[in-house]
Design a protein around this ligand. Sequence first.
Ligand SMILES: [Mn+2]
Length: 430
Amino acid sequence: MSTDFCQILCTGDVHLGRRPSRVPTEDDDLSVRHIWDRFIEAALNREVDVVVLTGDIVDSENEMYEAFGALERGVQRLLDGGMEILAVAGNHDHDAFPRLVRGIDADGFHLLGPGGTWEEIQIATESGETVRFVGWSFPQPTVLSSPLDDLEIAETDEPTIGVLHCEAESGEGQYAPVRRDALARLPVDAWLLGHIHAPNDHREAGQSQLYPGSLQPLDPGEPGTHGAWLVEVSGQGASAEQIPLASLRYEEMAVDITDCNTGDDVEETVLRTLRDSAAELGEQFPDLRHVAHRLRFEGRTALHREIEETLREMVGTVRREVDDVSATIESFKLDTRPDHDLDELARADDPPGVLAQLLLKLENGDVEHERVQRILREASKATREVHESSRYEPLRRDSETRDSPDREELRSMLYQQGLLLLDELHASRD
Ligand SMILES: [Mn+2]
């Protein structure tokens, strides 16, 4: 019945050896290694023809020993199951991955294009058809030019799949930058890509350009559904479907607290939000075990100071369980608006009045005013110093904390801190 020539299970950016950030560390179900094992199971259970790995499978900076063991065992199981494995090396494993392939030295385990060259390989599948794969591997940690400059592919009748670890977008960057239209001009039915951790099944001029994304999300900058991708190749081209294998999900969510009158009300609202979220997502994704929430609070409230304290205590300590799924708060942001009448307060020249004048300017985005300019400059200098401190170097590997806050983030941080200060001034006057 099926007209498929070839079934491929694809993943990339596994980063074996890294730990997902801001989740309970004692929980082995959330480890990358655990989801890697799940990926191997999925390939075996589905009896796919080929497993494609799009680079950065191991993270050479961390725990190499653990990563190597898990990778080696997984590859061996796939080979024993009669599967072909095609891989390219990424910027993080340009050195480690080729070494591993040489160590295993099996006919079914192919590293495509070692040392920054292009390589073509034909795979004959059980249906008797052949599929052509072309691939290129990172030779060093950074590559400033497009690998496509050295690629020539002959036209053929066979379906062709390209495998590449690269930055596909504008054609600029340090990690093998390529333009999407340049990818689309080549006689390739589907590109299986690596490097960008957000899953994206992009179509360019009818060609599939799939970023499978990280197998298990690694930090809050990788929200949404993650997992492997099942790619089916036929005479008509290729189609891709995500298999949500990840046990972890980072979820951003808005919570309106306009109707909350006390800190206890807020706590109750948050707990209910976590419970509902765990229940709903757990039902939708059977492999899910943990949801780390980033909560954004909205609405009008006079409870700023109290909410801030309540929430600080809840982050990292509160845990709600529904069936197999637990829910925590990874961080929160207050986008609430004050119950104070800022316009009214701003008419006075006492400390709350001066603060209210400033808050109104921040709120209206009137950042050209001299005093606002000065405060933004000082805040920018202070945050940059902290950000550039060598002490926090490890945090710069986290996509969340890689860049120091931009002007808009600073404006919003100052606004919220100003509201807290206003509450404080009111409390001390009362
Ligand atoms: Mn990469």
